[in-house]
Design a protein around this ligand. Structure first.
Ligand SMILES: Nc1nc2c(ncn2[C@@H]2O[C@H](COP(=O)(O)OP(=O)(O)OP(=O)(O)O)[C@@H](O)[C@H]2O)c(=O)[nH]1
Ligand SMILES: [Mg+2]
Length: 232
């Protein structure tokens, strides 16, 4: 079984101390660890394939343990490595790995299959598992209904999914890993999370840089036009 390369610990602000402060700033690529969770067969592997590789795989097999995929994206001039953990949906292929999934996670994507009601009702179990691993409330979560291309087979109405997403403070994306016309929508899932994380971590850095004993205030980041820089 693949041993996970553990992410985290590399999100430093500023630059390391150096002998010559006139040198170019040392640029460290930040890594955001995003885990993709949900029942077996909902399309987690295909969604991560679509985002990281831009294609829909001809054939997939049940994921064993975890598969890692990566994509480097640029947000407001900063290169960020999005490290996607494609987890196993089948209990027997995930049980020894669960602790690794949640350790130092930065964001969580919950996936269900819009053509399979049980994959939607099982979401509460996945959320319980996530909560049981003490994932901090600041870690953003999104809900993804996959296989929207199978229009005649839809069992989970959008209204029901939206209500659930609202109740759990998540954004909802309904999409298809298979339909190439949906590829931007698939990208948006991960880009939205990366933008949020970047914004959050800028606040955190600014907060940590505050002088000890000084009052600290967290404010949203804005671009040059004064707009909030997150697209979602
Ligand atoms: N029609 C359609 N089929 C899809 C879509 N996404 C995935 N599939 C199919 O669904 C099946 C399961 O996809 P996977 O991505 O392997 O599912 P998984 O969630 O990774 O499953 P586990 O690894 O067992 O947890 C495959 O036959 C895919 O071809 C989609 O958007 N539309
Ligand atoms: Mg898989």
């Amino acid at each position: 079984m693949a041993r996970p390369k553990l992410a985290g610990g590399s999100q430093k602000c500023g630059r390391p101390p150096g002998p010559d402060s006139s040198l170019e700033p040392y640029v460290q690529t930040r890594i955001f660890k995003i885990i993709v969770i949900g029942d077996s067969n909902v399309g987690k592997t295909c969604l991560t394939f679509r985002f990281c590789g831009g294609t829909f795989p001809d054939k997939t097999e049940a994921t064993i343990g975890v598969d890692f995929r990566e994509k480097t994206v640029e947000i407001e001039g900063e290169r960020i490595k999005v490290q996607v953990w494609d987890t196993a949906g089948q209990e027997r292929f995930r049980k020894s790995m669960v602790e690794h999934y949640y350790r130092n996670v930065h964001a969580v994507v919950f996936v269900y299959d819009v053509t399979k009601m049980t994959s939607f009702t099982n979401l509460k179990t996945w959320i319980e598992e996530c909560n049981g691993h003490a994932v901090p409330p600041l870690v953003p979560r999104v809900l993804v209904g996959n296989k929207c291309d199978l229009k005649d087979l839809i069992q989970v109405p959008s209204s029901m999914a939206l209500k659930f997403a609202d109740a759990h403070n998540m954004l909802l994306f309904e999409t298809s890993a298979k339909d190439p016309k949906e590829s931007q929508n698939v990208d948006a899932i991960f880009m939205c999370l990366a933008c949020r994380l970047k914004a959050q971590r800028s606040l955190l850095c600014r907060d940590l840089e505050g002088r000890p004993g000084q009052p600290r205030r967290l404010e949203p980041t804005h671009d040059a036009n004064g707009k909030n820089s997150c697209p979602c």
